[in-house]
Design a binder for this molecule. Structure first.
Ligand SMILES: [Zn+2]
Length: 316
C-alpha cells in the first residue's frame, strides 16, 4: 500500500523510500526580481560548482529530499534545477506559485483567479515551462504588511489548484496576524487546512499562535535552522511546546538555506554568503534530543511529517 508520491524533478518517488526531507531550502534564487535584464540566468555548470559541496554534505548527513522554494519572481529556472538534479543523489522538488507582490511579473498581475490557478495546475500535472518536470507543491508569499489584493488573489488561486491536484500550499508569512488572515481566506475557499504550511512561523514570538494554527490543522514550519542571526533556542522551544501540546504531527523543520544568486561572483549571495543544509542534523536534532525528544518523535518531525505534507495520493 503506497502512502503517496512526491513529484521530484526527475519524476515520482514513493514517500516510503525517503528518509530525512528538508521542506524549505533554496538552490537557485534571484532576489533582484523579474525586472532585471538577465533575470534568473546563469551558467548551469557554475551553479553546480557553487552548490556542489553543500549538496554533498547534505547527502552525507542523510538528507534524501530537498524542497526548492524559489518560485516565479525569484528566479525559478527549470533547466538549472534539472542540471542540479542530475548532479546530486538528493531528490529535488520544484515549486509552482509566485513570490510576494513586489516580485510578481507583469504577465501575471492581470490574471483572474481561475486563469492563474489553471497555470499552476498545468505546472503540477503536465510540466513547467514546456518540460515534463512537474512542480511538487505551490509556494506563495505575503508582504510583511499584507496580504495585498494580489496576494489574496494568489491565495484563492492556490486553494483551487490545491483542491484540484492535492498539492500542498506553503506561504511565506511573517507573523501570526497574517497567518490568521490566510487561514480565514483559505477556509472560506473550502481548503482543508491540513494542506497548508505556515512558512517562517518563528517570526511569530507567541507560541499560543503557533498552537492555534496547528489546532486548525495546518503545518507550522520553523525554518531558520542554522541561520546565524536567528535564535536557535527559540525555535527549539517553539518545537518542544507544540510537541508537548500534542501537535508533533504539525511541525516542519528546515534551514531556508542556500543559494546560488545570479549576477554575483560564484553565485555567492551578498552579506549572508552561501549557507549549507546540515545544521538540522548536526545541531538542532541533538538539541531536541537533549531536551528529551525521543528518536520516534524526531523521525516524525523530519521524515514522516514532510513526507505526508508533500505527498500526492493515488496514481501518479
Ligand atoms: Zn525561503
Amino acid at each position: 500500500m503506497s502512502s503517496g508520491w512526491i513529484h521530484t524533478i526527475k519524476g515520482p518517488v514513493a514517500v516510503e523510500d525517503l528518509g530525512l526531507i528538508l521542506p524549505h531550502e533554496h538552490l537557485f534564487t534571484d532576489l533582484r526580481g523579474p525586472s532585471v535584464s538577465d533575470y534568473a540566468q546563469a551558467d548551469a555548470e557554475d551553479v553546480v560548482r557553487g552548490l556542489s559541496a553543500n549538496l554533498a554534505a547534505a547527502a552525507a548527513s542523510g538528507v534524501t529530499a530537498l524542497v526548492e522554494c524559489s518560485t516565479i519572481g525569484v528566479g525559478r529556472n527549470v533547466a538549472i534545477l534539472q542540471r542540479l538534479a542530475e548532479h546530486t543523489p538528493i531528490h529535488l522538488i520544484a515549486p509552482t506559485g509566485v513570490y510576494r507582490d513586489a516580485f510578481i511579473p507583469a504577465s501575471m498581475r492581470d490574471l483572474e483567479v481561475e486563469a492563474l490557478s489553471e497555470m499552476w495546475i498545468r505546472d503540477l500535472t503536465e510540466g513547467i515551462d514546456g518540460t515534463s518536470v512537474r512542480a511538487g507543491f505551490i509556494k506563495i508569499a505575503m508582504s510583511d504588511d499584507g496580504p495585498t489584493p494580489l496576494e489574496v488573489r494568489n491565495l484563492k488561486a492556490a486553494a483551487r489548484a490545491s483542491q484540484r491536484t492535492g498539492a500542498i500550499i506553503g506561504s511565506h508569512t511573517i507573523g501570526g496576524r497574517i497567518a490568521r488572515r490566510e487561514l480565514d481566506i483559505l477556509e472560506a475557499e473550502g481548503l482543508d487546512l491540513r494542506r497548508f504550511i505556515w512558512i517562517h512561523a518563528q517570526t511569530e514570538p507567541d507560541p499560543a499562535v503557533h498552537l492555534e494554527v496547528a489546532r486548525r490543522g495546518a503545518y507550522v514550519e520553523f525554518d531558520a535552522i542554522g541561520a546565524p542571526d536567528q535564535s536557535q533556542e527559540a525555535m527549539r522551544d517553539y518545537t518542544l511546546a507544540l510537541v508537548k501540546a500534542g501537535y508533533a504531527e504539525n511541525v516542519l523543520l528546515s534551514h531556508d538555506a542556500g543559494w546560488y544568486q545570479p549576477g554575483r561572483r560564484g553565485g555567492v549571495p551578498e552579506n549572508v554568503g552561501m549557507r549549507g543544509y546540515t545544521a538540522l542534523v548536526t545541531d538542532f536534532i541533538p538539541a531536541l534530543r537533549a531536551a528529551g525528544l525521543t528518536d520516534e518523535t524526531i523521525k516524525l518531525l523530519t521524515v514522516t511529517n514532510p513526507a505526508r505534507a508533500f505527498a500526492f495520493v493515488g496514481e501518479h
